[in-house]
Design a protein around this ligand. Structure first.
Ligand SMILES: *Cc1c(COP(=O)(O)O)cnc(C)c1O
Length: 217
């Protein structure tokens, strides 16, 4: 699907929900994609991208940044504490703050670096064992903890379980955000971004619908 088809679908979903396109950021998730595909999307003028691995992001984005201005990079994958500083130097936003140790490490590096990416707390809305994120019941306390560190917390992020209706998870995430006065919601992927927009998403993370299927090899 082309970038313009995606934005047309976003616009339609926004209109239906009585929302404005200005509230929405389309994060083009470029993980694993060949550089030529990423370059094609850059050449179309898109500037907001997502990666889920620090190593992979470090291997391609510094060079893209030499050739294109205004790139915003969002880290949307699990973050190890020993890669935190590198992640903060590379990314404009980190969507996966999910534990006190990581929040404390970010706070410490924010002091040395004198800056900090925008932060999202990942919530494990499906309470899945294998998935990162704070449990819904622990979200309010963790949000307060991150705020006490004086970090630029913008919102919440979730990845719904593959076999469940995503809208229930989007609604839960929106509810937790609203009661904590957080405005930004990172939710919705290729298969469900329209429903995420209907439920208040501000950042949708779309990979395969833009770039084609990922080929792991
Ligand atoms: C890969 C990935 C996406 C994009 O998934 P698609 O189904 O290809 O749109 C979105 N969010 C996260 C956290 C991802 O890792």
């Amino acid at each position: 699907m082309s970038l313009s088809e995606i934005t047309a679908r976003m616009s339609k979903a926004a209109e239906k929900a009585g929302r404005s396109m200005h509230e929405l950021s389309l994060i083009a998730v470029s993980k694993v994609q060949p550089d030529a595909r990423v370059k094609a999307v850059l050449d179309e003028g898109h500037r907001i991208f997502g990666e889920n691995k620090v190593q992979e992001a470090a291997g391609k984005w510094p060079e893209f940044r030499e050739h294109y201005t205004g790139i915003k990079l969002h880290l949307i994958g699990p973050l190890q504490t020993n890669k935190t500083k590198q992640a903060m130097q590379l990314a404009d936003a980190i969507h996966t703050v999910d534990r006190p140790k990581l929040a404390n490490t970010i706070a410490r590096h924010a002091q040395d670096l004198g800056s900090c990416p925008d932060l999202f707390i990942q919530v494990n809305t499906g309470e899945e064992q294998q998935k990162a994120g704070v449990l819904p019941a622990e979200a309010d306390a963790f949000i307060a903890e991150v705020r006490a560190l004086d970090l630029p917390l913008k919102g919440l992020m979730c990845i719904p379980p593959v076999d469940e209706e995503p809208s229930l998870h989007f609604a839960l995430l929106a509810k937790i955000a609203a009661r904590n006065d957080l405005t930004d919601l990172s939710m919705g992927m290729s298969s469900d971004f329209e429903s995420a927009i209907a439920l208040g998403a501000t950042h949708i993370r779309v990979g395969s619908a833009i770039f084609g299927e990922r080929v792991y090899g």
